[in-house]
Ligand binder design. Sequence first.
Ligand code: ADP
Ligand code: MG
Length: 399
Amino acid sequence: MNIHEHQAKELLKSYGAPVAAGVAIFSADEAEAAAKSLPGPLYVVKSQIHAGGRGKGKFKELGPDAKGGVRLAKTIDDVVAFSKEMLGNTLVTKQTGDAGKQVNRLYIEDGADIARELYTSLLVDRGTGRVSFVVSTEGGMDIEAVAEHTPEKIITVDIDPTAGVTDADVAKIVSALELDGDAKVDAAKLFPILYKAFTDTDMSLLEVNPLIVMTDGHLRVLDAKVSFDNNAAFRHEELKALRDLSEEDAKEIEASKFDLAYVALDGNIGCMVNGAGLAMSTMDIIKLYGAEPANFLDVGGGASKEKVTAAFKIITADPAVKGILVNIFGGIMRCDVIAEGVIAAVKEVGLEVPLVVRLEGTNVKEGKAILDQSGLNVISADDLDDAAQKIVAAVKSAA
Ligand code: ADP
Ligand code: MG
């Protein structure tokens, strides 16, 4: 789950991280009061969407010459004018894709006097199996470009989970970021705070870009991007309220209600598979035969008929789907349950695209019999290879 910048900052502030004063608003009527509650004289009006690159982003409705999604305002009148211009419009950034994202809330923040912009993030490093800090003096800009052109400017410090952030770790980070004076003193507090926030709340990513050194020499978290690990959501009731459904794919929201592991993708072959590994190989083999999957979907080990029905409905509701491949290995999952779920779903929503089903394992005979007797136009397949070729061929001949 991703959250907005202002929510991430509030969370980090509760752990003691230095962030600016700011107010989130949902309508331009709130802009003046928000700005008046801040110290001034410099304000920043920041679009709150679940994507980065907002500063350099462009509003679809405002043309190429308009300012971006993060704007400095020198007066309260400017704050109000910018808020009116930005709210309700669509911001396109490097990370949103061409469709962009509608800006439904803004963060009005105290403007900082910036001396240096640095990069800091925390992530789970699968190589070392540890949480790592990734830091660079080249902050504020596109870190992917830094990684590509000057990888030596990115330094990784991984943290021993039994020791936490040690003085030696902080020293490495301080040296990598070339911090001295007050910034160095601040760093000794800030980096352990970031690590604690990350591990306490089960984040999968915390990116502070930029972390700034202000002209007064102190550090401040100027931007914050947080993703939480969904697998740990069950132990974080307190974070549920931070979810913003308007930022999420409607199909993924529906899937999450049924506890389905579902990720929407750009292709046109809908996949219903059990087991993440089988789902991945199904996607791979679809690609191998020259088509693209419309989704990743793992219905899980012991899915009920209701769950299978919900999954099938989510796939068929996607107008991009031109064919469906059901690929089930019945271990704990029974093939007859899958067959019943598919039929229940088709009865409710109809079936207008080719459907290839490959069933194997527990109760496979019963499953196949149920599908045969249903009168549905199911193309049956014997193995993964056969199934992928059949669905790709069916979609191509229908096109
Ligand atoms: P994004 O990464 O989505 O473009 P940021 O929050 O990083 O958004 O803002 C982009 C740039 O705007 C920052 O690199 C910084 O230069 C400037 N900026 C952002 N917030 C403030 C602020 N409170 N005071 C001064 N400048 C800011
Ligand atoms: Mg940023």
